[in-house]
Design a protein around this ligand. Structure first.
Ligand SMILES: Cc1cc2nc3c(=O)[nH]c(=O)nc-3n(C[C@H](O)[C@H](O)[C@H](O)COP(=O)(O)OP(=O)(O)OC[C@H]3O[C@@H](n4cnc5c(N)ncnc54)[C@H](O)[C@@H]3O)c2cc1C
Length: 308
């Protein structure tokens, strides 16, 4: 069965629906540009839920309430908030393309407001090296490439279980590495289906390293019953997608902290691509993220005018 892919186009595409992305969305849509704000699965830092006492005009406000206000305000001017994680970026041409697992979005300008990237220490050794050469974050996109071949799957959320179900239908033997807590959040019914499909459950086990030559060949495991190495052709990772490697692979310049390198006008090294908020490691505050979102949108609008 071929998965349905949605095609969408915009003048300005914004990656991330936190204060930076939603402020950029508000400015871009209010200026009359077709604007899409891609909202990834990993929450905005505001979604954690804390009391903010330093956002001007609001002496004390719950962060989720403020996020809802940002969102409603952007939508009021016509910004479309579209769900999905960017998993592939092609940003070098005049037209930019961003793929999620079920959509391809095209735009004339892009603003990256994807927040602070998962730090390198929380990535699996080998994850970045083999991204695109055996490491994948999407079973529906890349599962068919591993038909009949052994793969490892990493993650323990209910969503990870759904991805493992896809893999079990496409790949060969699936070794499901479930991390410290096992598949605590997975419904019993899904677990039963996975067991019936011959998935190899590895509870309380983690991946120590992803190994190989040009492509993934093995994963080294620890925990559970000790250490072992298993031969696999692919390693699917189902948790927050670290933006850093994705952005670097797209040709964007990053600094040593995985922050996007930008100039004073929030331009990245790629024409027509701007960045705002924690993604640039600017102020690391809501107000600075919103401020950068505004500036990035104004710069993207200016860029579009020079192209007309
Ligand atoms: C516990 C805590 C307390 C804090 N307290 C304060 C405070 O009191 N005052 C203050 O000003 N700041 C505070 N901050 C910091 C503040 O929350 C952040 O600086 C701010 O949220 C950054 O906004 P942002 O839009 O850059 O990124 P975020 O709010 O992190 O939003 C990032 C967005 O990008 C999306 N995304 C990520 N990857 C992808 C992808 N691959 N594809 C598509 N979308 C993607 C995410 O889903 C999310 O929507 C706090 C942060 C924390 C964690």
């Amino acid at each position: 069965m071929t998965a349905q892919v949605t095609m969408k186009s915009a003048d300005i595409l914004i990656l991330g629906a936190g204060p930076a992305g939603l402020t950029a969305g508000l400015y871009a849509s209010r200026a009359g540009k077709k604007t899409i704000v891609l909202a990834g699965r990993s929450a905005s830092r505001l979604d954690i839920g804390y009391q903010i006492e330093n956002y001007p005009g609001f002496p004390s406000i719950d962060s989720r309430e403020l996020l809802a206000k940002f969102r409603a305000h952007a939508e009021q001017f016509g910004a479309e908030i579209y769900p999905g994680d960017a998993i592939d970026l092609n940003l070098e041409g005049d037209l930019k393309f961003v793929a999620t697992k079920d959509a391809v979005l095209e735009a004339k300008a892009v603003i990256i407001a994807s927040g602070k990237s998962l730090p390198k220490e929380r990535m699996i050794p080998g994850e970045e090296e083999f991204l695109g050469s055996g490491v994948s974050y999407c079973a529906t996109c890349d599962g068919p490439l591993y038909r009949g071949q052994p793969v490892a799957a990493v993650g323990n959320s209910a969503e990870a279980a759904q991805e493992v179900l896809h893999l079990a239908d496409m790949a060969g033997r699936v070794h499901w590495v479930q991390g410290d807590s096992g598949a605590a959040k997975v419904p019993e019914a899904d677990l039963a289906v996975l067991a019936a499909k011959g998935v190899h459950f590895l509870p309380r086990t983690k991946v120590k390293a992803i190994l190989g030559g040009k492509r993934v060949e093995k994963v080294e495991l620890f925990g559970g019953a000790g250490e072992e190495t298993i031969d696999v052709k692919g390693c699917f990772i189902f948790r927050e997608i670290p933006a850093g490697p994705l952005l670097a692979r797209a040709g964007l310049a990053l600094d040593h902290k995985q922050c996007l390198a930008v100039d004073s006008r929030l331009r990245t090294n790629l024409p027509g691509v701007f960045a705002a908020g924690d993604a640039t490691c600017g102020g690391m505050q809501v107000v600075s993220a919103a401020g950068e979102g505004c500036l990035a949108a104004l710069q993207a609008l200016h860029y579009l005018r020079t192209k007309e």
